[in-house]
Design a binder for this molecule. Structure first.
Ligand code: AHR
Length: 656
């Protein structure tokens, strides 16, 4: 007792020391290795994440393929286009399919001009599905292209950036029409900034021209040399700043197809020359151009320094849309399995293999660094596991170094989850289990110890998660509180990063006004990017990934272990091989907390603290960033520092 009292006296004499919670971290006591793939991203074309988003293409329905396969109608093929927009122009437009530029791209329009000056335009992506509006910057250059075929070689088509009324926003470029399908390219430089520009084509004289596959992309983009044409730079930067270790792609529900097999995501439709890719109706209700196909995906992984983690269908349609899951029979499954093996050959095969050679032709003769393959999305029950078993056996036999990932349903608990988990433990103990759950924010606080009880040899991929706040105006907000609940949960994930080897928030991207799902990590419009509080939590945690978890314990002023949920305080500590120490603290209570932090077992006494705080309900918008991380120096003289955590805050201290 006397010893405790005298220690307390010594502590009270230390500069800045006060009674309150004490967190003692010991860098000389490692607990376990951390997964070096812990934090990654999940990219799915939902909310126009790809088309109208990351994909640099600024035109919508550029190839007249737009068609809702669940409700086909001719009208949709002309969505996003306006014809005969100038007074005085005379002519007619017809949707055609005879002798298209490629069988995978069957629709085009025939424009029969009766009087010179006939003009038509693509409206791009606007704030709502087909309102249109292309964002352009003054003085920026844009690559424009168009496929044309004419009845005679005596006409030309001019392309220019204009207003909706046809007033010029750039000088035009001229494309001479020939009598066979040909791609014409040019560069447009904008004379003014605009948020509702159009790409307008004007036909020179009374000729007939067939038109397909128009394109407009900013010259300043990432991956301009990739066959798909490249990606929006500001969004790529936002992804890079998250330091992702892996990139899951292309879904999500997008992988599975809904209702009909035509809707299944088939990777072969997404590679090769972009005008030969076979577009598909997205599970989320719009056409996928596949301008970001599997080749561009693998290139993006390299660009981000992330490992690829492709997902392929598990041999049945979406089970959430049951009873339409329509499982493949043996013959269909064998063909599907071959498709999957072909994908692996596309990524890993030599130049002497058919699919490896296609990768080389597309610009990447060296193999991609593919180590994981997820088979199925949110599947469960025998109908899935029997098919998973067959597909994964074939993959393991052909590619023993590729680790298979097995789906464990779409929920966090309950009988469906328990049965799936038991089945996986029994039948696929060496594979990684893919768990998905979207829960209300409080659930994440109550479940930070979920993985403490998992057998240590189990390997978990938390492939989709997000804290859901009550919806307002039809949207669940990305507010600070939801982000802090996720941060609290991540302390539990890090503490269990021997079991949880990967995790990623979902969904990643959403175009404002065109979303199908909320919340989302990053919001954007035509020229702005909104990093949400949830984004900043991901960034703070993933940019400070340790190599080992170290011992840490928080006690109250009486020396009793702090109960996380009761105190609203969560923590975890780790260190890197080169001796950096990371202490992560989350305060989900509204009260300021002063924590006496001691870091033992290191001689590092200076660090940087990154703090995220604000109003509980604060959100970031295009006009205001209310919540963003701030950094300050912190000193640990004698290994101690008093850290003030404002109410509703998360802090990462990096002792460098
Ligand atoms: O992330 C949005 C959707 O949620 C995914 O497509 C699906 O896997 C899940 O149900």
């Amino acid at each position: 007792m006397r010893r405790i009292l005298s220690m307390l006296l010594i502590l009270l004499c230390l500069p800045g020391f006060s009674l309150g919670e004490t967190l003692i971290c010991d860098a000389s006591s490692p607990v376990h290795e951390m997964s070096d793939t812990l934090y990654g991203l999940f990219f799915e074309d939902i909310n126009h994440a790809a088309d109208g988003g990351l994909y640099a293409e600024m035109l919508q329905n550029r190839s007249f393929e737009n068609e809702d396969i669940t409700n086909p109608s001719l009208y949709q093929h002309l969505n996003g286009w306006h014809f005969n927009i100038l007074a005085g122009g005379e002519g007619k437009v017809t949707l055609k399919t005879e002798e298209p530029l490629h069988e995978n791209n069957p629709h085009y329009v025939r424009v029969q001009v009766a009087k010179a000056g006939y003009a038509f335009q693509n409206l791009g992506y606007g704030g709502s599905a087909f309102r249109g509006g292309i964002c352009i910057e003054k003085g920026e250059s844009y690559d424009v292209s168009l496929w044309l075929r004419g009845a005679a070689e005596d006409g030309y088509v001019e392309a220019a950036l204009t207003t909706k009324a046809g007033e010029p926003l750039s000088s035009p470029v001229r494309f001479n029409v020939t009598d066979r399908w040909e791609q014409h390219t040019g560069v447009l430089t904008s004379l003014a900034a605009a948020e509702d520009a159009c790409l307008t084509f004007t036909v020179s004289s009374a000729v007939t021209v067939d038109v397909d596959m128009a394109s407009l992309m900013p010259r300043n983009r990432v991956g301009a040399a990739w066959p798909g044409g490249g990606l929006r730079r500001d969004l790529v930067e936002a992804l890079k700043d998250l330091h992702p270790r892996f990139l899951r792609f292309p879904g999500g529900c997008v992988v599975e197809g809904s209702w009909v097999w035509d809707n299944l995501y088939r990777w072969k439709d997404t590679v090769g020359p972009v005008e030969q890719r076979k577009e598909n109706w997205d599970t989320w209700g719009y056409m996928q151009s596949y301008g970001i196909g599997f080749y561009e995906y693998f290139c993006l992984c390299e660009e981000l320094g992330a490992l690829p983690l492709p997902v392929v269908g598990g041999g049945l349609l979406c089970q959430a849309r049951e009873p339409y899951e329509n499982p493949m029979n043996d013959e269909e499954l064998a063909a599907w399995t071959q498709d999957i093996l072909d994908l692996l050959e596309f990524a890993l095969g030599g130049q002497d293999t058919a699919w490896g050679a296609l990768r080389g032709e597309m610009g990447h003769p060296a193999p991609f660094d593919l180590r994981y393959l997820a088979i199925g999305n949110e599947n469960w029950a025998d109908i899935y596991f029997t098919r998973y078993e067959k597909i994964s056996a074939a993959v393991k036999a052909a590619y023993p170094d590729v680790t298979c990932i097995v789906a464990c349903g779409p929920v966090a608990d309950g009988s469906l989850f328990n049965a799936s988990r038991a089945r996986i433990l029994r039948s696929f103990p060496d594979d990684i289990t893919d768990e998905h759950y979207y829960m209300e924010s409080g659930w994440f606080l109550r479940n930070t110890h979920r993985y403490d009880y998992y057998p240590r040899r189990t390997k978990i991929f938390l492939g989709e998660y997000a804290a859901h706040e009550p919806a307002a105006g039809g949207r669940r907000p990305n507010n600070l509180y939801s982000a802090l609940c996720e941060a609290a949960y991540l302390t539990g994930i890090e503490r269990n990063s021997d079991v949880v080897v990967m995790c990623c928030y979902a969904p990643l991207l959403a175009r404002l006004g065109m979303e199908q799902w909320t919340p989302d990590l990053i919001w954007f419009n035509g020229n702005q990017v909104v990093r949400t509080p949830n984004y900043y939590i991901q960034q703070m945690f993933s940019s400070t990934l340790g190599d080992q978890i170290i011992q840490s314990e928080m006690t109250d002023e009486k020396g009793a272990a702090v109960k996380e949920a009761a105190a609203g305080l969560y923590h975890v500590a780790s260190k890197t091989e080169d001796g950096r120490v990371y202490v992560k603290l989350v305060n989900v209570s509204g009260q300021e907390k002063k924590i006496n932090v001691q870091v033992q077992g290191t001689d590092r006494v200076k660090g940087i603290m990154t703090l995220l705080t604000g109003e509980k309900q604060a959100v970031n918008t295009v006009s205001q960033e209310s919540v963003s991380p701030a950094q300050k120096q912190v000193a640990f003289p004698d290994g101690w520092a008093e850290i003030t955590l404002p109410g509703y805050s998360a802090a990462v201290i990096a002792l460098q």
